[in-house]
Design a protein around this ligand. Structure first.
Ligand code: UD1
Ligand code: CA
Length: 481
């Protein structure tokens, strides 16, 4: 491994990406929870390069801010004007002192499907063949737009010709330049000085370095990628969606081969950061994002979106939206629940239907089965919260906390006006508005007394269907007595 550890990886990300038609710079568009350039950096990182430089230009403040956040170890080089890929690499090398001894790998920031394994293979070929430059190529079904790989009768690469500069014979070539290269650092710096701009785009082409090095008598090699889809650059949103689909399939295939049941890969979407344990089951229409983890035997979906959520072993999460929650072992969530950050549900606990939770610690075996809001709360073990209850946590200015003990039975339609504490083993009556602490073991009743005004309907709504029904009922009652 250390033998192929390159001196530097230079990532080209200065271009504008006009065809994305976006206010967001192209390399910051996301697939599977990571920006395009983030994917490239992850693959490059597998080479453990001594230096990692990203060349930024267009929207460089935005791109640099992003890089500082997701990859603080990366250095940036500014290419103020986009004068071509050769110029961009020159700017990258300048950041490293102009000349780099050892292997320099160049990749583009818009090829999110490129894998570390492919880069390692390229790097290995480059070193074992003793090349001055090795280009990663691929056979494209449609090579339009790409630089074509020109080989001589012995099969040796002689040049790369850009589509815009190519004649029909060269345009018929389907082997293309992926834009990924391994260079000898010293020879690269030398050759870049000789690159000219007399081409259709008036740019310094990195690709011209191949011809220059070959003419100077150096070895020029090529490494053909096994799967052409891996090197596809993203230029528009159609390609963005295609790449997302391919990467998603790759991630799901990996999960399935590791023992996860994915019922419908076509409607299941995962981020690269999502992890699973064996025998997890994912039902259709499910999106798993961020640091979400699905433990052994847990079942999620259908129709759920889980972000940064940990689902414990054997737990069940059905038709749920969750962000930043921890679901305990064998617990049950949904259908139709909304878990917000800071939700912690204990083992065998239940957050049921039309229940929203936020910053709530819910103990083992505790159930909140129906139609409730639980915010800023601590609930003990084996408590049952009655249907249609609200933890009234907000007074219009500040948030307050509610504590409910263990083994409590709160009635339906309760309002817990925080700050308030319900002691262990306490009960509350249905329809109560709890504004005062309830001592352990007490029954709290906090609702108006019921008053029945007899004969009101007959007097106030005479002749109505209600009055007639009441009359029939009272006749039957007197007949029975
Ligand atoms: C380039 C290659 C082409 C190859 C294709 C693969 C050259 C001259 N052409 O063409 O042979 O088939 O990639 O996708 O190298 N960039 C900069 N600064 C610049 C110009 C470009 O940083 O001044 C960056 C872009 O942001 C992008 C990458 O370099 O990430 C490639 O540039 P792009 O303009 O897309 O080159 P292509 O015309 O696609
Ligand atoms: Ca391109």
């Amino acid at each position: 491994m250390s033998a192929i550890r390159p001196a530097a990886v230079v990532v080209l990300a200065a271009g504008e990406g006009t065809r994305m038609k976006s206010a967001t710079p192209k390399v910051l568009h996301e697939i599977c929870g990571r920006s395009l350039v983030g994917h490239v950096l992850a693959a490059a990182g597998e080479l453990e390069p001594q230096n990692l430089v990203v060349v930024v230009g267009h929207a460089r403040e935005q791109v640099t801010e992003h890089l500082n956040r997701v990859a603080p170890e990366v250095r940036t080089a500014v290419q103020a004007e986009q004068n071509g890929t050769g110029h961009a690499v020159r700017m990258g090398l300048e950041e490293l002192g102009g000349v780099v001894d050892g292997t320099v790998i160049v990749v583009c920031g818009d090829t999110p499907l490129l894998t570390g394994a492919t880069l390692k293979a390229l790097s290995e070929t480059h070193i074992t063949d003793g090349n001055a430059v090795t280009v990663l190529t691929a056979e494209m079904p449609d090579a339009t737009g790409y630089g074509r790989i020109v080989r001589d009768e012995t099969g040796a690469v002689t040049a790369i010709v850009e589509h815009k500069d190519a004649d029909d014979t060269i345009r018929a070539i389907r082997e293309i330049n992926s834009g990924v290269f391994a260079f000898d650092g010293r020879l690269l710096a030398e050759a870049l000085k000789q690159v000219r701009t007399d081409n259709s785009q008036g740019e310094e082409y990195l690709t011209d370095v191949l011809g220059i090095l070959r003419e100077a008598g150096h070895r020029v090699g090529a490494s053909v990628a096994g799967d052409h889809r891996e090197i596809a650059g993203i230029n528009n949103r159609v390609q963005l969606a295609e790449a997302r689909r391919i990467l998603n399939d790759r991630l799901l295939t990996e999960a399935m081969l590791a023992g996860v049941t994915v019922v419908d890969p076509a409607t299941t979407w995962v981020d690269v950061t999502v992890t699973f344990e064996q025998d997890a089951i994912v039902h259709p229409g499910t999106q798993l994002q961020g640091a979400t983890h699905i433990a052994e035997g847990a079942e999620v979906g259908p129709n759920s979106r889980l972000l940064d959520t940990r689902v414990g072993p054997g737990a069940r999460v059905d038709n749920t939206v969750s962000n930043g929650a921890v679901v305990g072992p064998n617990a049950s969530v949904g259908p139709y629940a909304y878990l917000r950050p800071g939700t912690r549900l204990g083992a065998k606990g239940k957050i049921g239907t039309y229940v929203e939770t936020k910053n709530a610690s819910i103990g083992e075996g505790t159930k909140i089965p129906h139609l409730s809001y639980v915010g800023d709360a601590t609930i003990g073990e084996f408590t049952n919260i009655g249907a249609a209850s609200v933890f009234v946590n907000y007074d219009g200015q500040d948030k307050h906390h509610t504590t409910v003990g263990s083994h409590c039975r709160t009635g339906s339609d309760n309002m817990f006006v925080a700050p308030v504490t319900i002691g262990d083993g306490a009960y509350t009556a249905a329809g109560s508005v709890i504004t005062k602490d309830v001592p352990p073991g007490s029954l709290a009743v906090a609702r108006g007394q019921q008053r029945n005004i007899e004969g009101w309907v007959a007097r106030k709504r005479p002749g109505s269907a209600a009055a007639k029904a009441a009359e029939v009922a009272s006749r039957e009652e007197s007949a029975e007595s």
